[in-house]
Structures are given as C-alpha cells and as structure tokens.
Design a protein around this ligand. Structure first.
Ligand SMILES: NC(=O)c1ccc[n+]([C@@H]2O[C@H](COP(=O)([O-])OP(=O)(O)OC[C@H]3O[C@@H](n4cnc5c(N)ncnc54)[C@H](O)[C@@H]3O)[C@@H](O)[C@H]2O)c1
Ligand SMILES: [Zn+2]
Length: 355
C-alpha cells in the first residue's frame, strides 16, 4: 500500500511504516521521545510497537486515563507537568499510541507545550485510523461540551498498522465501521458496495476499506483544511447523530451508545431527509436502513425523546444561529452540503428510523 501524502506529512501503512519511522527518528535529533498511551493501549499495543520499532534512543512513557473522561484539561495539566519535570524541550517528540482520545489530547498537549513540539500519531482504533488521527484537529472537552478547546496542528507522520486492531473490542470495531459507511454513503459509492459484500469484516476487505477511508479523509482535508466547505461532508449523519449520542449519555434510563451507534441512527435519518430534499430513491433508502440496523442493532428512541434531541441539535457546535445545515445525498456517494431541514421533516425522519 502506497503511503498517502498529506499537506506537510505522510500517512504510512502497516510494516513499511516502521521503516519510515525508524528513518525519521534516526535522522532527526530529538532530545527526548515520549510515548502517550492509555492503560489498554499500553497492554495491547505497546508490545506490538516495541516488536516492530527498534531504536537506540531511550523512550519515556506517559499514561493517561481511559476513554472520553480523560480528554480534559486536568489530563493536559498532568502531561504538561510531567513533560516539564522530565525536561522536555522544543526538540522533543511525542508519539501518540492510542485511539482518538490519545491522538486528540496528545496532539493538543504537544501543540501547546513550549508553543508547539513535534508529534506523531499511531492510531490503534478503527475510528482513529480512518478519522480521528487524520486532518490536524487536536483538542479536549470542556466539561460536557465535546472538543470545545483545541487547535489545528498536523503531526509529523501518521502510522496506520491494522495489527493493532486484533485486540479491539468488537463494539469499538463497529463504531469505526460507522465512519467507513459514512465515507461510502456520502462520498464513494464503490466503497459502500464493497462494505455490503463484506458483512463479516474479513481482513483483506478491512485493510482496503481503511486505506480508502484514510485516503478520502486526507483528500477532503487537503482540499478544505479549515472546514470552509467540503470538509463538512465528513459530518454526514453526525448532526442528529451527535444530538442522540449526547442525549443518551445524559439521560439516566438510556443505554450508553458508542459514537458509531449514534452516527448509524444519524445516517438512517439523513438518508430519509435526503428523500425529502434531494430526490434520493426511497427503495434504496429502505435498503440502507435495513443494512445499518442489521449491522448496529436498533436503538430505541420514543416520541417523548424527540424534543430534547432536537433541542440538542440546535446547540450543535456546528450550528449557525441555532440552525443546523445538514449534509444530505442525491445518490449513494453524491453529497449535497448546507441543506436546510425543517423540524417537521426531522420528526418524520426519526419516525422513519423507528418504524
Ligand atoms: N480529531 C478528529 O478529527 C476526530 C475525529 C473523530 C473523532 N475524534 C475523537 O476521537 C475520540 C474517540 O476515539 P476512539 O473511538 O478511538 O475512542 P478511544 O480513544 O476512547 O478508544 C476506545 C477504547 O478502545 C481502547 N483501545 C484503543 N486501542 C485499542 C486496541 N488496539 N486494543 C484494545 N483496546 C484499545 C481504548 O483504551 C478505549 O478504551 C473522541 O474523543 C472524538 O471526539 C476526533
Ligand atoms: Zn464520527
């Protein structure tokens, strides 16, 4: 698999990536190298990394807590402090070995320490490989508000090695698959076809789907680094998906959804809205709904939940003056950005999902 050129860095794949990493590290005078991990990536991913990456340089390890709760300012302060105690300087390197939480937070810590030091992302979740590690968005949450503080800052290199996925929880795998389905539905009909033919995620399919998805994300970001226009396509299924994710998180009697499970609902509703606003074919919409529900299971959303979900939607980070513009599709793989959607059709779309 050829490496992908991003703006000022390269995305390398599988074993060849470690040759590039070795070369980069041996030929750059880093004063110190720090590896940021969480407990699970330390247990499952660091042994793989150590096996594949041999260096004469000494490595320092920094651990953060697991999951979304760790993506906060307290963790940053702790890392900044540890880095200073360990005498990190402008010539130090941070290697983020983990999922989106590690790469978002580790990237932010690196980008702000001493006005910015170098970092490398090694995503270890499917979601990280196809989405979070690529595109230069770094950041943390502010209380319950996701990704409110952060900056655009590119890593020096990204290493995507599918070997790390062997220990990933199946539910986390499915969560990452939601992003791959997103790329297929909104941007690449051929990718969606491939997904349909491979319901059981065989290895060759997965490697190809990851490569194609990383390439799509990279191309979109190259064309629109600051989210002026095209980058919005990455939000397909995410407007309502995010609202549902937040609502389930804060509502006591609701089960916790993964990001992908919430986005799956968002994509079914977005496809239904596409029938209303973009002449999307109803029969194809029904087949997409059937596939997504068979893959992710059905989330129970009752009519009593709608007002709170719609209220959260209006507070979406990407809403402008309380109005969310949706990404819809005319056909599979053909997006339309900035679509206005009425509250009545939103309710219809939620009904369609639950019917
Ligand atoms: N920067 C961006 O453009 C961007 C895009 C999408 C998502 N994100 C962010 O990404 C985060 C979600 O990322 P995520 O889904 O990777 O979650 P995560 O980083 O919390 O990882 C999920 C779980 O998997 C574990 N894990 C990671 N790799 C593993 C492995 N190989 N084997 C076993 N367990 C492993 C982690 O310890 C964690 O418990 C969110 O905070 C989201 O905001 C950022
Ligand atoms: Zn997403």
């Amino acid at each position: 698999m050829d490496a992908l050129k991003a703006k000022d860095y390269t995305i390398h794949f599988n074993n060849a990536a470690y040759v590039a990493l070795q070369d980069y590290i041996e030929n750059t005078c880093f004063s110190k190298i720090f590896i940021v991990m969480d407990a699970l990536t330390q247990t499952h991913c660091y042994p793989i990394f150590k096996e594949k990456f041999k260096t004469s340089k000494s490595l320092n390890f920094l651990n953060i807590g697991m999951g979304e709760n760790a993506k906060d300012i307290e963790t940053c302060v702790s890392l900044w402090q540890q880095l200073c105690d360990l005498e990190a300087d402008r010539n130090s390197l941070i290697v983020n070995l983990g999922g989106g939480v590690v790469t978002d937070l580790g990237g932010f810590v690196a980008s702000t320490l001493k006005r910015g030091i170098s970092f490398i992302n090694i995503p270890t979740t499917l979601l990280g490989m196809v989405d979070a590690s690529i595109g230069g968005k770094t950041g943390i949450n502010l209380g319950a508000l996701k990704n409110q503080v952060g900056c655009f800052s590119n890593p020096k290199m990204i290493i995507i090695d599918t070997d790390y996925l062997k220990t990933l929880d199946p539910r986390e795998m499915r969560s990452g698959m939601a992003e791959i389905i997103k790329y297929g539905l909104s941007y690449d009909a051929k990718l969606y076809e491939t997904i349909l033919k491979n319901p059981t995620e065989n290895n060759a399919f997965l490697t190809e789907a990851i490569y194609r998805s990383a390439a799509i994300k990279n191309n979109v970001v190259l064309e629109d680094p600051n989210e002026q226009n095209l980058r919005k396509v990455l939000n397909f299924g995410h407007s309502l998906g995010h609202a549902i994710e937040s609502y389930f998180l804060k509502t006591a009697d609701k089960p916790n959804l993964t990001h992908g499970e919430a986005i799956a609902v968002g994509m079914v509703t977005a496809v239904n809205l596409s029938c209303h606003y973009c002449d999307f074919n109803l029969a194809i919409a029904d087949s997409i709904k059937e596939f997504i529900i068979s893959y992710f299971g059905k989330v129970t959303i009752s009519k009593a939940d709608y007002p709170a979900i719609i209220d959260l939607l209006k507070h979406d980070k990407k809403a402008e003056s309380g109005i969310v513009k949706f990404v819809l599709i005319e056909q599979i793989g053909k997006y339309q950005l900035n679509c206005n959607v009425s509250e009545a059709t939103l309710i219809e779309a939620l009904n369609y999902y639950s019917a």
